[in-house]
Every structure is written in C-alpha cells, then in structure tokens.
Design a protein around this ligand. Structure first.
Ligand code: BG6
Ligand code: MG
Length: 220
C-alpha cells in the first residue's frame, strides 16, 4: 500500500474556479489591445506564470511591444483580476474540496497548497482556507513556474515529506508535468483528454467520497 504523507493542492481550477476570472481579465486586456482571445486560448495559460501568460496573449497579435509596455499590461490585467477575486466568498470553494482537506487532517496526512499564483493569499483569505493548510507555497515563494517541480518540492519540504510520499491534485497539463518531475503521484482534476499525463483523472472531488479517493490513491 502506498504511504501518503502530504497531499498538495493546486489552487486555480482545483480549490476554486478562478480560471474563469483569469480568462475575463486577460480577455478585457485583449479586447482593449484588439487581440482576439478565446476560452480555448485560455487553456494554454493554466499553470503558467503571469508574464508567460501575457507572452502567450501577445503572441496572438502581429505587433511587438516594449518591455515597459508589457509590465504595465501585466499590472493592468492583475488589477482587473484582483477586482474579481476580492468579491469571492467561501461558496466558491469547489464541491468536495473541504471534505478532502478535513479527511486528510483526520488521517494524519499533511496538506499543502502548491500554486504559482502571487494572489493565493487573497484567495485563501476570501475563502477562509488558511486553517486547512500545513504549508502554503505560492508565487511569492518560487522563482520557477510549472512545469518546473520547485513549487511541489517546497510543499514536500515544508511538510517534512519525501516526494515519493506526496500526492498532487492538478488541473493543468503543465502542473501534472511538474508533479511527475518532482517524483510525486499526479491526480488530474478535469478530463483525461486534457490530462493524458496524469496517473489518474477525476472530474472533481465530488466524484467520490474523500475516503474512497484516499483509498484509491493508497492502492495505486
Ligand atoms: C496559476 C494559474 O495558478 O497562476 C495561471 O493557473 C496564472 O493561469 C498563474 O497565470 C499566475 O497567477 P497570478 O495570480 O500570480 O497572476
Ligand atoms: Mg490550476
């Protein structure tokens, strides 16, 4: 049986559906710049850092932009994004998430947040989730975005677990790559089509009870 010492949760798209707020904020910037930006394009931004996301958006335009302009675009997008997330409340925690976090506590499994977002603190405040995590690793603590394993390795380190005893819950292809590069079991949240690199995929935490999920991982 697999020993689980730490469960590491990505935030955007796993704990809450903030991917839609990222999309609205990028789209607003895109509209202003005359760049057509679709939900399909937005898929490529999942798990990617703010500046890398901006580069992807700007690659859809034929214009080139100076570094200074890019920095101000990123700031503009983030301001819009922060407006959206500042209005969130705990009703936006995705179904089944609290049950899994509580079950981990009960089983003596540590919990860590592993997100490259620099806004994780605001979201944890709004959703009142701080007490549920033994460690919070976010974009203010890492220098390399996913697929680099840094964020997850730090989560393992701060909770005193070897990577082989950690499980990652992720909704992004790059995030699954990061978990695998860290030597951790990677559970995809979403569709098998979007996450063919995951060890296994569930549609969401509501798909089964927390006990069933943890048992499935232990037996994997
Ligand atoms: C990730 C999101 O969690 O955080 C990405 O999946 C986002 O879409 C990245 O670009 C950085 O977020 P932020 O909040 O620091 O701009
Ligand atoms: Mg995500």
């Amino acid at each position: 049986m697999r020993e689980i010492k730490t469960c590491i949760f990505d935030m955007d798209g796993v704990i809450c559906d903030t991917a839609k707020y990222h999309f609205y904020a990028w789209k607003k910037l895109g509209d202003r710049l005359g760049i057509v930006f679709t939900e399909q394009d937005n898929e490529r931004l999942k798990g990617v850092s703010r500046m890398e996301s901006l580069e992807i958006l700007l690659s859809l335009s034929d214009r080139t932009y100076a570094e200074e302009e890019k920095l101000s675009f990123a700031e503009e997008k983030n301001k819009n994004y922060v407006d959206y997330i500042s209005a969130m409340d705990k009703n936006e925690i995705l179904p089944g998430v609290l049950e899994v976090l509580e079950y981990c506590r009960k089983e003596g499994i540590k919990t860590a947040l592993g997100s490259v977002s620099k806004n994780a603190g605001i979201i944890l405040d709004r959703l009142k989730l701080w007490p549920y995590f033994d460690a919070v690793i976010d974009g203010t603590k890492v220098v390399r975005a996913k697929p680099d394993p840094e964020v997850f390795l730090k989560g393992a380190g701060e909770t005193g677990a070897e990577p082989s005893c950690c499980v990652v819950f992720e909704d992004a292809y790059t995030g699954i790559e990061a978990a695998r590069a860290a030597g951790m079991l990677a559970v995809g949240i979403g569709s098998e089509q979007a996450l063919p690199n995951a060890d296994f995929v569930i549609r969401g935490f509501e798909e089964m009870s927390a006990e069933q999920l943890i048992n499935r991982i232990r037996q994997f």
